[in-house]
Design a protein around this ligand. Structure first.
Ligand SMILES: [Zn+2]
Ligand SMILES: [Zn+2]
Length: 346
């Protein structure tokens, strides 16, 4: 079968590999759709620990597929079922895992991160992922591509959940990338007014065309604009959906009393830690939150939102490719063309 594999920094190749063999507790999935993520691009650009020409890794952690083979001891799942995957597998033993937070497990593994992922025609699902609920049956009416994009949406939902959004609140999302748009959709679903800020005006126009509910701002006086946009009150919600220290530092000063901030995008480890004016938090009674990845229950909730038609995921999917053109998909994602780039396998 064909697989898109990482061999080191700047080195991804479409190569021929053997179809994985499964044991009695495992499932073989035929991939139906797999979406390109910013994480894939970073791994391609920077390389990833443990991955080199001797130890290549098949990328892809946002995916859905059809079960084509099940081991003799596999419960519930049967050949022909269509499923989507929450890609984080915890150890199952630690306090975080028993709390349902597999994504916070110190020893977590994930498809396409430290085990072979979904930019391949087939993918092996290990027994732990089978029995811990990482697979979710595709609800009726959801396409494989839509299902693949539920993963990043569920990560945004994790951040969203920490912000206690109420109807009519004023929310800012900084970063008009795929993750920024996931946040914008969730905030809109909850009845918030959404402002999106980015350094690229063209990018904002592009997003505004697809997500007409957003207001946009591009310029050097975000604070001034926010003041006008909120009638002098400040923001109720702010999401830093970009890995920029200066954005994190600037957000607390833009908030209304009781405002909630989510630091969604991690800051690269080689940057200086961000200094925050804690008096802003004190006097305005702010909540500063962070979030990373998503839990299985958040993933399933997000799929429900899509099923109920509360989130228009189709609007996120701007480009579709066959696996042969995966390198082009990566190039386009790197250059921030389009929003979500999805590899389709049929
Ligand atoms: Zn991702
Ligand atoms: Zn664990």
């Amino acid at each position: 079968m064909q697989a898109l594999r990482l061999y080191g920094a700047g080195d991804i190749r479409l190569v021929e590999v053997a179809v994985p063999e499964i044991t009695e507790g495992e499932i073989l999935l035929k991939t139906d759709a797999a979406a390109v993520c910013g994480t894939d691009i970073r791994m391609w650009q920077n390389g990833y620990k443990g991955v080199d020409s001797e130890h290549p890794l098949t990328l892809g952690h946002e995916f859905s597929g059809t079960i084509v083979q099940v081991g003799s001891k596999v419960p519930f799942y049967r050949v022909g079922m269509k499923v989507a995957m929450q890609p984080n597998i915890g150890c199952g033993i630690c306090d975080q895992c028993v709390s349902g937070n597999f994504h916070l497990c110190k020893d977590y593994r994930a498809f396409g991160i430290n085990m072979d992922g979904a930019f391949a025609e087939y993918i092996k699902i290990p027994a732990q992922a089978v029995t811990r609920g990482n697979l979710m049956l595709l609800p009726e009416g959801i396409s494989p591509e839509e299902a693949a994009v539920v993963e990043p949406l569920s990560c945004a939902f994790n951040g969203f959940s920490k912000c206690f959004v109420k109807p009519g609140e004023k929310a800012l999302v900084v970063g008009a990338g795929p993750i920024g748009m996931c946040h914008a959709m969730l905030l809109h679903m909850a009845g918030a007014k959404v402002l999106v800020n980015d350094v690229q005006a063209k990018r904002l126009d592009y997003c505004k065309e697809r997500f007409s509910f957003i207001d946009t701002y591009c310029g050097s006086d975000l604070a001034g604009f926010v003041k006008k946009w909120t009638q002098g009150k400040g923001l109720d919600i702010a999401i830093a959906a970009c890995p920029v220290p200066a954005v994190q530092a600037a957000l607390p000063a833009l908030m209304n009393y009781g405002g909630r901030v989510n630091f969604f995008g991690g800051i690269p480890a080689d940057r200086e830690p961000v200094a925050i004016d804690t008096n802003l938090i004190h006097y305005k009674e702010l909540y500063l939150t962070g979030s990373t990845r998503s839990s299985i229950v958040q993933y399933r909730r997000t799929m429900e939102f899509v099923k109920e038609g509360l989130l228009d995921v189709e609007a996120l999917i701007t480009d579709r490719y066959q696996l042969e053109d995966a390198l082009q998909a990566f190039e386009n994602a790197k250059e921030a063309r389009g929003i979500k780039h999805v590899i389709c396998f049929s």
